[in-house]
Design a protein around this ligand. Sequence first.
Ligand SMILES: [Zn+2]
Length: 256
Amino acid sequence: MALRILNGFTKSLPWPPYKKIGAVCLLAETSDGLLLVDSGIGLQDYHRPSRMMRDFMNVMQAIRDPEIAIVRQLARLGYKPADVRHIVLTHLHLDHAGGLPDFPNAMVHVFQREFQAWKHPRKLFEIPYDKSHFAHGPRWSFHQLEGEKWCGFDAVRLAGLEPEVWLVPLPGHTSGHCGVALQTETGWIFQCGDAVPVNLDLRPGMVLFYRPTIGANVPRLKAFAKAHPEVRMIAGHMDLDFFLEGGLSRNQRERT
Ligand SMILES: [Zn+2]
């Protein structure tokens, strides 16, 4: 199966130049079943949202259509929730971890530091964790750095999975925020999550605008993009057009 790029949550930011923006979720087949990178928001968020989620959806002018939930999209592709054996999270924010309750049997891979950030928030951006997303008791798998590298980045490989999947710490947005690198049939894809502006738009003005929310990873990621044009980089949030066009190609052209 080729890698699929799905949108797990649609918001309509009230300021230009954006209209509707999606939340990138990746679906890949591994040696141990289906793997998701990030999970968008889930069915309970549409039907029984927590107060935090309700407020978030109001501010973000979310599209309130449960058919957007990844579990519904997978059903339309012919998959059952139990087919998803692994979920890898860039971070635990409510628009990335909301789908977890829809896949209660999946192993949930997260950087240990990110779990700590949820348990012991230290800054503003460590507040938007919604505990209702974890109330079912996910099967956590915590990861920390042990001296390995992926393409020059300190990183940790998810043991036992083929093709290779790596958590690549890109802290700043939250203390334990990670990118996720995934080996595909056609080369590496590097999901940079919320460490980069929407649409991976790395023009200086955009980077400055987003700087308070994304951390300080952009110069390094920009240098990486230049040195590794073969690695397909992607942001955690992309214009809806990106998904409609099947992803990647336009992003690849425009990222620098
Ligand atoms: Zn976030």
